[in-house]
Design a protein around this ligand. Structure first.
Ligand SMILES: [Fe+2]
Length: 161
């Protein structure tokens, strides 16, 4: 995942540099898509930690209990949402403007900041995120993600929201 991730980010960074160097050659939608893809990837790497994968604590745990009942139904909803995302994109845990938490899928390079929501956690479900290790078994990849979820990062995002 590291190698693929860095290759993917190198390509994205090259694209971003090209847009910055020659913006007139690129449509606005293209440059914003590249920026959003870079941002989503950087955020995603922060959502992974080899030493985490437990359960959230503190304010995040309380917010999850308030909006999903408890951690288990929340986990099922997040994994089901990621497994069911049609096509490329990301599954997000977001904080809405009204303060509530929500699980939401975004297409391609879309991003909660564009929905005026605060991203707390994401799982990338673009096929290249899992195909080499898991082939078409997206569910197994999501379970693997869940073992590495960086809840401290998600908690910090909620604290800062
Ligand atoms: Fe990617």
């Amino acid at each position: 995942m590291d190698q693929r991730g860095s290759r993917s980010e190198v390509a994205l960074e090259r694209g971003a540099r090209e847009v910055i160097a020659a913006p007139q050659r690129h449509a606005c939608a293209g440059s914003s898509s590249i920026s959003s893809r870079l941002w989503n990837h950087a955020f995603y790497w922060n959502c992974l930690s080899p030493r985490d994968g437990g359960k959230p604590s503190g304010k995040l745990a309380k917010a999850i209990e308030a909006d999903f009942g408890s951690f288990d139904p929340f986990a099922i909803e997040f994994k089901t949402s990621a497994a069911g995302k049609f096509g490329s994109g990301w599954t997000w845990l977001v904080k809405r403007a009204d303060g509530g938490l929500e699980i939401r899928n975004g297409d391609d390079a879309d991003n909660p900041l564009r929905w005026s929501q605060t991203p707390l956690l994401t799982c990338g479900v673009w096929e290249h995120a899992y195909y080499i290790d898991y082939r078409n078994e997206r569910g197994r990849y999501i379970e693997g993600f869940w073992q590495l979820t960086n809840w401290k990062f998600a908690s910090r995002n909620l604290e800062a929201a």
